[in-house]
Design a protein around this ligand. Structure first.
Ligand code: HEC
Ligand code: HEC
Ligand code: HEC
Ligand code: HEC
Ligand code: HEC
Ligand code: HEC
Length: 430
């Protein structure tokens, strides 16, 4: 747990500025409203990784609810309590001893790693008012973005267009009739309609027309056939429903949990793998429900809590008695990315050796409420990147030698993966 905390804290620091950008208007507004000048967004991440195991914002957990604690207690008192509560109890601080006894003398661990600023940030987060109207704002914004601009307006525009077309037809008809009437009235002889051969007959008789039509038909057909064939096996955008609604946005985004914390084999092996449920339970033994402000318009708190309950059912965890029942039921995640067997792809080659970020291939995972396939995963996609990307040769003896020879051959400074042999068929097909 301690190791994982420090991992989280690390990720936290790196991502601070980015995350502040992410949390839009509503969060900022509430930052202003807090007593401290802390950054509530940064505080939230710290809270979730360090404190959420024992504290909820509202309602009792192992420790007392922390919403509004900054109003209940002196700021200095809070700082020294959070840094080292045991010291305060030992020193006989009256309030400290009182809540210590109230909570059955459960020890809260000291947090010497938290700076004053960190603590202010956490307190700013706990000072946020219960965010009911804000949620709706945030959720509404997301919903609109996801809905792709809303169907209603398109329907209205189409309706108006259809109406205008109908009006034009009617006008044409009327004009035609009036003109004919004028013509007859002023004695103009309208030409008699000649007896026409039916259209299909004249078409069949015109060999040139038949030939051109046939060619056009064939071309169009071939075009669609080609498109169809090229689509076979391309699952870009594939987004199956998983047995447990697992949000990468909440885990990798909001809570800054690093990818490799869960997909730990990506660095060392061919596959990235899906984490086992034990990995989940590292955190979820103590996180049985989500915070109120995690809920959006689309997904309620009850929904999220229900999904965590599914995790408990699967691993056989009884949150009431805080123990395993022994009745487990495997979760069958639906595989999303899947190359055919005849193609070889290796994660560690790309992530470790090549230094490519997960997001280059998998897209903005930290924003995905539901995981989907971002890249086409076609041969063209692999080969294009190998043509465009330079190999990182620095610090790699083998590469430096190869690089010396090949860069002379190609007369270039930097070598692309392709020039190093990365588009030879055998590299990807065996
Ligand atoms: C292992 C469980 C545990 C963790 C983790 C924990 N606390 Fe506590 N906390 C407690 C308990 C239990 C109490 C009640 C007092 C006692 O028994 O020591 C408490 C009390 C408090 C109080 C006093 C509340 C009041 O009403 O006066 C504050 C403030 C507090 N914790 C903040 C934090 C913060 C901030 C973090 C994260 C950095 C944190 N705690 C992490 C268990 C924990
Ligand atoms: C808390 C654990 C956790 C973290 C952190 C996490 N993931 Fe995942 N990831 C999962 C689980 C569970 C699944 C399977 C369920 C799903 O597809 O949503 C998954 C699925 C995926 C898949 C799809 C796998 C398939 O079936 O093809 C990709 C790609 C992925 N994660 C990439 C990432 C990246 C990139 C990051 C870091 C930005 C990340 N994950 C962070 C747990 C995690
Ligand atoms: C490093 C800690 C950590 C790990 C590991 C972790 N979670 Fe979570 N999980 C969290 C936090 C933090 C939240 C959000 C709590 C909140 O918003 O109040 C959360 C929320 C959830 C939720 C509710 C939101 C949602 O995503 O639908 C589910 C379900 C969930 N986790 C499932 C899982 C599963 C399944 C795994 C293992 C693959 C896992 N978690 C691993 C920390 C973790
Ligand atoms: C160069 C592109 C690329 C990069 C970079 C990349 N992936 Fe993948 N990822 C793929 C491809 C291609 C597959 C499908 C592999 C297969 O089906 O054999 C895949 C599959 C996966 C899967 C599904 C399970 C598996 O192992 O096949 C997970 C999970 C995953 N990637 C996570 C990650 C994470 C986490 C990172 C960053 C540490 C990452 N990927 C970086 C291209 C990439
Ligand atoms: C985002 C760019 C990118 C994409 C997409 C990509 N690769 Fe790569 N690939 C690289 C880089 C960079 C290297 C060189 C890594 C190194 O060895 O330094 C590499 C190396 C390789 C190698 C080793 C080549 C050698 O000479 O040893 C293989 C095999 C490979 N990739 C297969 C694939 C396959 C299969 C796909 C598609 C499923 C793919 N790659 C998609 C960037 C990419
Ligand atoms: C960088 C990796 C890579 C290299 C190099 C590569 N391929 Fe592929 N190839 C793939 C992948 C990945 C697929 C699977 C694409 C899919 O499922 O749509 C594939 C699919 C194919 C297919 C099946 C048809 C199709 O498009 O789905 C054939 C045939 C093929 N490759 C032949 C070759 C030949 C011949 C060469 C050498 C000139 C070659 N490949 C080089 C990655 C590669």
């Amino acid at each position: 747990m301690a190791q994982q905390d420090s991992e989280l804290a690390k990720g936290e620091q790196q991502g601070t500025s980015e995350r502040q950008g992410d949390v839009a208007g509503p969060e900022e507004a509430s930052v202003e409203a807090t007593p401290e000048d802390g950054d509530a967004a940064a505080g939230k991440a710290l809270f979730n990784s360090l404190c959420a195991a024992c504290h909820k914002l509202d309602g009792n957990s192992i420790g007392p609810p922390l919403r509004g604690v900054a109003e209940r207690r002196e700021n200095d008192w809070l700082h020294s309590w959070i840094s080292n509560s045991a010291a305060m109890i030992a020193a006989g601080d009256e309030t400290a001893v009182e809540i210590y006894n109230e909570y059955n003398q459960t020890a809260m661990p000291p947090f010497p790693q938290l700076s004053d600023e960190d603590i202010d940030n956490i307190l700013a987060y706990t000072s946020q008012p219960k965010a009911v109207p804000q949620e709706q704002q945030a959720g509404g914004g997301e919903g609109a973005a996801a809905g792709g601009g809303g169907g209603v307006s398109t329907d209205i525009i189409l309706g108006i267009l259809a109406f205008v077309l109908l009006m034009l037809l009617a006008i044409l008809f009327l004009v035609n009739r009036t003109l004919r009437r004028f013509a007859t009235a002023s004695g103009v002889q309208l030409p008699e309609k000649p007896k026409r051969t039916p259209i299909w007959k004249s078409f069949v008789e015109n060999q040139f027309l038949v030939l051109t039509s046939a060619v056009v038909l064939l071309l169009v057909g071939a075009y669609f056939f080609y498109g169809f064939v090229m689509q076979v096996g391309v699952d870009q955008g594939y987004q199956p429903i998983q047995p447990i609604h697992f949000s990468h946005k909440i885990h990798a985004g909001d809570n800054q949990i690093e990818c490799k914390f869960c997909h730990s084999s990506a660095r060392v092996s061919k596959t990235s793998g899906i984490p086992s449920l034990n990995v989940c339970m590292n955190c979820h033994k103590s996180i049985g429900e989500v915070a109120d402000d995690t809920a959006t318009d689309e997904y309620s708190k009850e929904f999220y809590d229900g999904e965590i309950a599914k995790l408990y059912d699967a691993v056989g965890w009884d949150p009431a008695s805080q123990s395993y029942t022994g009745e487990t039921e495997p979760v069958k995640w639906v595989r999303i990315h899947n190359l055919p067997d005849f193609a070889y792809f290796n994660h560690s080659q790309h992530v470790e050796v090549g230094g490519i970020a997960c997001q280059t291939c998998h897209g903005p995972v930290e924003e995905m409420e539901i995981m989907y396939q971002n890249a086409p995963l076609t041969m063209g996609w692999c080969v294009n990147c190998h043509r465009e990307t330079n190999v990182r040769t620095a610090g790699n003896e083998y590469y430096e030698k190869v690089h010396e020879e090949l860069s002379k051959k190609y007369e270039v400074e930097e070598l692309t993966v392709a020039q190093m042999g990365g588009i030879e068929c055998m590299k990807c097909h065996y």
